[in-house]
Design a protein around this ligand. Structure first.
Ligand code: HT7
Ligand code: ZN
Length: 874
């Protein structure tokens, strides 16, 4: 069994590394890595005789020397996990010489080959797969890297920092030496070598320095990087303007790789990106792809300060960089697009992934107290809930104090490996606020359930709002203490306008923030002119589940709330309540009746189509299957699907003429832009097409075929294709074949070809996804392709994943076991799809448990997948 790492056991490293000089002789099958480490004992460790422990994995050791003297085998201990050398002086130089096999590295962690080129991925523990090193983030060293390779095959040689020297050798080899002046932990090391083409630009910083920007891609992809470059420059400017943070090197490079375990990586000065998060052209990428690329480019760039300049002391502090950086990318999204819509999308993501995680066996605090494999803790809780925690800090202390706190955080912790206490301490220093109770957000798991009750005393013009919070037990935490919950609220009067009210001597007419700190607490507002509807948690001011509104209150808020987020939220909650009732009726055998309010809200959204197309498209949508499942005591995927289908059909039928009219008015106008109006127009057109299809399949199929034939943008083509793929009409296979033929060779589009079939609701989906595993384009070693078939199915096809036969569970279990043989980090992720197995009926529970047991019983299961499967199974 793999040992558990505990936060409580943290001890500073025995040795620090001042400099590390690396020489890579790059060869796909046998790369030689020579490392020279300047080592120094760390007094903070406390044991002056401690041995040097270097992590190492899958390395062949050729030689090791201390202060230039070769060590014989008796002088060190070489184990499965690394190298231990005792009796070292307080300061010394260590030379190691190892050989690694990048081409055989299917884990894609460390140095590996993709498309014949070399790339690295070192977070979290990949550097130990390159050379022996204290591979922990609190060891920060100055790195140099000399890359030596065949010049014809690997003309591009990149690493962190600046190129300081280069040369050619007589045997056709060439070399480049890179030096990174900033101390950094090993997880931020990067190397890229290959036959790549680059697009260049420059950025002038606020203080007038010129930064050379480069994006490196495979030949043929250079016409798909304009968007990424625009996003990069916008992010750099935004960080200067909003946080006063300037880029700190002369070069910033991005390299794109087709085989990558995650989205992207913030290596100092050399970000490495999954191609899916860099490459975009209107005919190959959807608007959602464009927006996601923008966010991820920003996110990785923002890590330069929140992650690279100030890094994490240990991996328990992961949210220190990830939660804070997600918060920063969310703010960037809000500032550069539509703030309310951006917040709505972020909250939908939080609820879809994090709330689900927080309510099941994988629940863990934002700062987990223990882990077996850290790769399993790159979770929605660490990222998205971590961002909400930072947001709550800002809400509590105010934007000005928050900004001062950020300045203090950087000033105090620059070039160090910090803790969450360091961050919160800076916020305390800036505001004087006592965060003692607030720290529970970092250390207690679970989503608080908040309920409310209001009482209005007309004679006294007094409104009393009582709020209650409770958090259910989570694994390892039976008892929960109350959280500090910032409640941004307004009081809406009978005319729909915000009412003034006085609390704590302060009269406010719009949104104010109160703090719920007890299990139950009353807030008394005086001078309130009429009985209000309380608009609570405006702009989603805390990651909680709120209950208590009736339909009349929701309808009033949906129409009038001055807060854009809560206007949408009220309509969404109204739809959830109506659909849950329809699901209960369906389970009793009753037919579907369209609720007038549900229909009228969609009609009202269409009224806004011309003025606010993006918002209209968002308001037209219905809550997704996972939102409805989340609210059911026992999830019934068949009933959810039946009711959602019936609702779409009924709305599509009732408003068919209006959908057709707006569909006609939103046709492609011959220009492509990703501004909110254009994105909104396409989203609206696609939403109309979906309703037309639901209400009149023949009309929908004809329009979808025409939309594909028009070959305008991927946003339009893909939605039309996905709608056809949900049918069994002959148009489906014709369209799929044409799509495949048109985009053959474009891996990212072929991923979409797999994903839309994996997500299909058509009755033959299970047989078709089995067949897709035998498709010549399916490659289990490529994480994007695996995710587009197996994880898209497990996460986004509740209907067929939960097929009563158990075939969907069996499919994911088989694919997980196969994937685990090649890439444990990607395989382990798949276990998340089983996480809520106890929320289904007994027959489905039995089948999911059996699938998990089959996985756990596999003899050669990786520790990563085992940890996840065992946690889920409990
Ligand atoms: N900080 C990066 C995390 C990451 C990662 C983690 C585990 C395995 C592979 C990985 N690739 C990138 C990305 C980020 O959050 O910005
Ligand atoms: Zn990140």
């Amino acid at each position: 069994p793999v040992a558990e790492h505990r936060l409580a056991d943290y001890r500073p490293p025995a040795f620090l590394v001042d400099t590390v000089d690396l020489i890579f002789d790059l060869d796909p099958k046998a790369t030689r890595v020579r490392a020279t480490l300047a080592l120094r004992r760390n007094p903070a460790h406390g044991d002056a005789a401690a041995p040097l422990v270097l992590d190492g994995e899958d390395l062949t050791l050729n030689a090791v020397a201390v202060d230039g003297v070769a060590l014989d085998a008796a002088a060190y201990r070489l184990g499965e996990h690394g190298l231990v050398i005792a009796d070292l002086p307080d300061a010394c130089t260590l030379d190691t010489d190892v050989t690694i096999d990048p081409a055989g590295n299917t884990q894609l962690s460390g140095l590996y080959v993709s498309g014949g080129d070399f790339f690295t991925q070192c977070e979290a523990e990949g550097f130990r797969r390159i050379t022996f090193f204290p591979d922990r983030p609190d060891v920060m060293a100055r790195f140099s890297a000399t890359l030596v390779a065949d010049e014809a095959r690997y003309p591009v040689l990149l690493s962190n920092g600046n190129p300081v020297d280069r040369g050619a050798m007589p045997d056709g080899q060439a070399w480049v030496k890179w030096v990174d002046p900033h101390p950094k932990p090993s997880y931020l090391f990067a190397l890229v070598a290959g036959m790549l083409v680059s697009v260049h630009d420059e950025f002038i910083t606020a203080s007038g320095r010129t930064v050379a920007l480069g994006i490196y891609v495979r030949q043929g992809d250079e016409d798909k990087v304009d968007h990424a470059m625009v996003c990069l420059k916008r992010s750099m400017r935004w960080d200067e303007e909003v946080f006063g943070l300037e880029y700190d090197l002369d070069i910033f490079n991005i390299a794109a790789v087709g085989d990558f375990n995650a989205g992207a990586m913030e290596n100092k000065g050399l970000n490495i990106f999954n191609t899916a998060l860099v490459l975009a052209r209107p005919d190959t990428a959807t608007d959602a792809d464009y927006l996601r690329i923008d966010r991820v480019i920003a996110h990785e760039y923002f890590h330069n300060w929140t992650g690279d300049r100030v890094t994490c002391r240990d991996w328990f502090q992961l949210s220190l960089k990830e939660g804070l950086t997600v918060f920063r990318d969310q703010e960037y999204g809000a500032d550069t697009t539509d703030a309310s819509l951006s917040r709505i999308e972020d909250v939908l993501r939080l609820r879809g992934f994090q709330f689900r995680e927080d309510g099941g066996p994988l629940a863990h605090p934002v700062r987990p107290p223990a882990y077996r494999k850290i790769d399993n803790f790159y979770t929605a809780t660490v990222y998205e809930k971590g961002a909400e925690v930072v947001r709550m800090i800002r809400t509590i202390i105010g934007a000005d104090a928050f900004r001062r706190g950020m300045d203090i955080y950087f000033a105090t912790n620059d070039n160090t490996a910090a803790t969450i206490e360091d961050f919160v301490g800076a916020m305390h220093e800036a505001s004087g606020y006592d965060f003692t109770q607030f720290m529970r957000w970092y250390d207690q798991a679970g989503t608080p359930a908040v309920s409310f009750a209001g009482a209005y005393d007309a004679e006294a013009r007094r409104y009393t709002l009582t709020l209650r919070q409770a958090t259910a037990p989570t694994p390892g935490q039976a008892e929960k203490a109350p959280f500090v919950i910032p409640v941004a609220l307004g009081l809406i009067g009978p005319d729909g306008q915000d009412l003034a009210g006085t609390i704590d001597g302060e009269t406010v007419a719009g949104t104010r923030v109160v703090l719920l700190t007890e299990a139950a607490q009353s807030f008394v507002f005086t001078d309130v002119a009429a009985a209000p509807v309380p608009s609570l948690f405006r702009n989603f001011s805390a990651p909680i589940r709120l209950s208590g509104y009736d339909r009349a209150q929701l309808a009033m808020m949906a129409a009038h709330d001055s807060d854009g987020f809560n206007r949408w939220e009220a309509g969404h909650e109204y739809a959830v309540q109506v659909l849950l009732e329809a699901i209960a009726a369906h389970q009793r055998g009753a037919g579907f009746t369209l609720d007038d309010g549900l229909r009228d809200a969609r009609a009202a959204a269409l009224d806004q189509a011309a003025a606010a197309p993006a918002l209209a498209a968002r308001l037209l949508g219905l809550p997704g299957a996972s939102t409805l499942a989340d609210r059911m005591a026992v999830v019934d995927p068949d009933a959810i699907h039946a009711v959602l289908t019936a609702a779409r059909r009924a709305i599509g039928g009732a408003l068919q003429a209006r959908f057709q009219a707006i569909y006609g008015q939103t046709a492609y106008d011959g220009a492509f832009a990703v501004d909110p109006a254009s994105v909104g127009r396409r989203a609206l057109r696609n939403a109309c097409l979906a309703y037309i299809m639901a209400g009149d399949e023949a009309a929908g199929i004809a329009l979808a075929q025409a939309q594909i034939a028009a070959d305008t943008t991927m946003t339009e083509s893909l939605t039309a294709l996905a709608l056809l793929v949900d049918t069994t009409s002959p148009a489906r296979d014709e369209a799929l074949a044409a799509f495949h033929a048109r985009f053959q060779g474009d891996a990212l589009v072929i991923d979409k070809f797999f994903a839309i079939q994996a997500m299909s609701s058509a009755p033959d989906t299970l047989a078709r996804i089995e067949a897709l595993t035998r498709h010549p384009d399916f490659d289990i070693r490529n994480p994007n392709r695996y995710r587009s078939l197996v994880l898209a199915f497990g996460y986004r096809n509740a209907l067929w994943f939960h097929d009563a036969s158990g075939a969907g569970y069996d499919f994911v279990a088989r694919m997980t076991l196969a994937a685990d043989q090649v890439n444990r980090s990607v395989a382990a992720r798949g276990m998340e799809v089983f996480a809520d197995w106890k929320r289904y009926d007994p027959a489905r529970q039995d089948k999911m448990r059996a699938a998990l047991d089959r996985i756990i019983a596999a003899n050669d299961l990786s520790p990563n997948t085992r940890e996840m499967a065992e946690r889920v199974r409990h």
